[in-house]
Design a protein around this ligand. Structure first.
Ligand SMILES: C[S@@+](CC[C@H](N)C(=O)[O-])C[C@H]1O[C@@H](n2cnc3c(N)ncnc32)[C@H](O)[C@@H]1O
Length: 392
């Protein structure tokens, strides 16, 4: 079994709690792509076990700080812990959906698994994860309280390039012939696991959509960057008087229309296929007003270098959102950029309030749904911020 010795700096970093080890912090050792390797301190004692990448700057991702080499039983425990956590949170209804395994933050580096009804969708982001795909499916099947009908490998994220891995989308087990129906309480929606964003759906926003819907009764609602419109459709189900969704992706707009019909709210939900940045400005100039405005754009800062531009983008977007929010209305503003901290985002929203000349109260700042747990010593696992604001 391969082992790798760390530098003193590398050892201090890992002992500080972070589970990633950068290539510069390895003093000696060789391994093959995706190998499980023992991590050794400069003084020779074992630090734990990690999965190795021969391509990424992140050379090692720790799976355990224990001395024993991980066995099948160890991996089973990791998977079972993740599944049991969802079961305790009531997230395992067979016709529902959840993130079953959240990768690095749950000790399963690079391994993300979402579950839509009885279909599991894997997103494998590292060489180690890629090698473990089949084994992971075996463990998930063993851990789940119901049988899966199908398993899809949707490993087509950009990060795979950093790992020298090709993009890959395939049905691993069973068959998937079309969109998968999911029920979330009174909401029914369909997920395209092959063409949809991420693994087909934004599961991280499930709780925030419910919270936003509580503000919707009797209100005109604007859902900008709507994807398939589930903030808006949830708002309509909660009694919004009318909902306008804005989205540029054609397939998402089509799914949105079907979804509104299936949920019986098509008479109060419409979608326009537009560029939100331009469209929101035009609507604000025309004096449109809404009781609830939702802004859920894609990440503006995909790297540290993009932070300055992202700040301008978030401030300007929130300013436009505020211009469209009626006096006493609510603005829900989200950022999924890992590179923007919650405190920075709060500052951007304050700048927007200043520019708009409005008093704005932050009623709640939330994150992703609990099936996207953040490991406190892995700041990279914290990315979604969702501010619930009230404007004077
Ligand atoms: C974070 S997702 C929104 C998720 C959605 N709110 C939900 O709850 O599922 C961002 C969406 O913005 C869309 N988008 C990106 N840039 C856009 C633009 N300039 N105008 C309109 N839509 C845009 C993307 O197609 C994507 O669907």
């Amino acid at each position: 079994m391969a082992s790798m010795k760390l530098t003193g700096k590398g050892r201090r970093w890992v002992m500080g709690g972070h589970p990633w080890i950068y290539r510069d912090d390895i003093a000696a050792g060789t391994a093959q792509a995706g190998d499980l390797v023992q991590v050794i301190a400069p003084t020779g004692e074992s630090i734990g076990w990690a999965l190795y990448s021969d391509a990424s700057r992140i050379a090692l991702r720790l799976v355990t700080r224990g001395e024993e080499q991980p066995t099948r039983e160890f991996w089973m425990q990791q998977v079972q812990r993740a599944v049991d956590t969802r079961a305790r949170a009531g997230m395992l209804e067979p016709d529902g959906a959840c993130r079953l395994i959240a990768g690095d933050s749950e000790g399963l580096p690079g391994m993300v698994v979402d579950r839509y009804g009885k279909v599991a969708v894997l997103q494998l982001g590292t060489q180690g994860a890629d090698r473990m795909g089949e084994f992971l499916v075996e463990l998930i099947r063993e851990a789940l309280p119901f049988e899966l009908d199908a398993v899809v490998n949707r490993s087509d994220t950009a990060v795979r390039k950093l790992e020298n891995l090709p993009k890959q989308t395939e049905v691993m087990q069973g068959s998937v012939t079309g969109p998968i129906d999911v029920r979330d309480g009174d909401l029914l929606y369909a997920v395209d696991v092959f063409q949809g964003h991420k693994t087909g759906h934004y599961l991280d926003q499930v709780d925030n959509r419910r919270r936003a819907a509580r503000l919707a009764e009797g209100e005109r609602v604007l859902d900008a960057f709507a994807y398939d419109g589930l903030f808006g459709i949830r708002a309509a189900l909660a009694g919004a008087s009318d909902v306008l969704c804005l989205e540029q992706n054609k397939a998402a707009c089509e799914r949105l229309v079907v979804c509104a019909e299936r949920n019986g709210v098509a008479d109060r939900v419409r979608v326009e296929r537009v560029n939100c940045m331009k469209d929101l400005r035009a609507r604000a100039e025309e004096g449109e007003e809404y009781g609830l405005v939702i802004l859920d754009p894609p990440a503006f800062a995909r790297s540290k270098r993009e932070r300055a531009g992202a700040e301008r983008g978030y401030v300007e977007l929130a300013r436009r959102g505020l211009a469209l929010t009626r006096s006493g209305g609510a603005l829900v503003s989200a950022s999924c950029s890992f590179n923007i901290k919650a405190s920075d985002f709060r500052g951007f929203l304050a700048s927007a309030a200043q520019l708009a000349g409005r008093d704005v109260w932050l009623e709640r700042m939330t994150g992703a749904a609990p099936d996207h747990p953040e490991l406190l010593t892995l700041p990279e696992s914290s990315y979604l911020k969702c501010a619930f604001l009230r404007a004077d």
